[in-house]
Design a protein around this ligand. Structure first.
Ligand SMILES: Cc1cc2nc3c(=O)[nH]c(=O)nc-3n(C[C@H](O)[C@H](O)[C@H](O)COP(=O)(O)OP(=O)(O)OC[C@H]3O[C@@H](n4cnc5c(N)ncnc54)[C@H](O)[C@@H]3O)c2cc1C
Length: 248
């Protein structure tokens, strides 16, 4: 039975008792190096994640302490991988303001000099990529995509809106870093957001939501909205049940 929470406010320890329910909502564990090392593909560094700094998986651990239930952590394939819109590139600019972020050149050879890569290597890569773009098939990274993936592409590019050939000068080069938007592994819940203990029975008084839960989407991350949508839905169902059953 969960009666409340013990927490620290500054250096002061406080206990908050509840006559209703406790909802754990402290996000995932993306800032916790130990858990990352345990559960995620390596190398895995908290600095590469753009989640709040306190996302250490506290709710997941707290739930485990109470029920000794193993949370459902994602396998490497289940991690929310960042996309190029918000990965570490912005950070690198902040940390090293003197470093050039976007390189521009009117010839491929000049771009290679600027970014320090082999001219023959980049020319060969570009040739291969352009051949795949003309066929509309990406044999290296499977960027040809489903119709859902393609809606983010440029529809004026054919045969595949995700694969535009690189041919128009000037050429641009930008350093890309792998980042993540958080983790999606944690406590199993039922349809009302109640934490499921061993044997799948709901833990009395204990609810959880968001990235502290095992994602309803399982290991996959198909696109934007896949975390906020379920988070809002199941948190709403949880609060609905709590208010009805507690007569708040
Ligand atoms: C750049 C970026 C873009 C995104 N874009 C999308 C998108 O387009 N669509 C989508 O669906 N999702 C998106 N997401 C993911 C989405 O934002 C998260 O899934 C969602 O915010 C998770 O909500 P949460 O409340 O579970 O955790 P969080 O938002 O991480 O919040 C957890 C909070 O708990 C606090 N906390 C942690 N531990 C403690 C503790 N012990 N005591 C007190 N407080 C604590 C943290 O400081 C934090 O404020 C994006 C995420 C990022 C970073």
């Amino acid at each position: 039975m969960v009666e409340g929470i013990a927490a620290k406010r500054g250096i002061k320890e406080v206990t908050v008792k509840t006559s209703h329910r406790v909802i754990l909502a402290t996000g995932g564990f993306a800032k916790n190096q130990e858990t990352r090392a345990q559960c995620l593909q390596q190398p895995a560094n908290p600095a590469w994640s753009s989640v709040p700094a306190h996302d250490m998986g506290d709710a997941i651990r707290a739930g485990m302490d109470i029920e000794a239930v193993a949370p459902q952590y994602p396998t490497p394939g289940g991690v929310d991988l960042g996309d190029p819109r918000h990965d570490g590139t912005a950070k690198s600019v902040r940390q090293a303001p003197q470093e050039v972020f976007l390189h521009r050149a009117s010839a491929l050879e000049d771009l290679c000099d600027n970014i320090g890569v082999s001219k023959n290597g980049l020319a060969a890569t570009m040739q291969r990529f352009n051949a795949m773009a003309h066929q509309g098939r990406d044999e290296d990274f499977d960027r040809e995509g489903s119709s859902y993936d393609q809606y983010l592409g440029d529809t004026s590019v054919q045969p595949n809106p995700n694969l535009g050939p690189i041919k128009k000068v000037p050429f641009y080069g930008v350093k890309v870093f792998l980042g993540d938007l958080g983790t999606k592994g944690g406590h199993l819940t039922n349809e009302n957001g109640q934490v499921l203990a061993a044997g799948q029975r709901p833990t009395p008084m204990l609810y959880t939501s968001g990235n502290a839960t095992a994602s309803v989407m399982g290991r996959r991350y198909r696109g934007a909205g896949e975390t906020l949508g379920p988070t809002m839905t199941f948190a709403c169902l949880a609060v609905d049940l709590i208010t009805k059953s507690s007569k708040v």
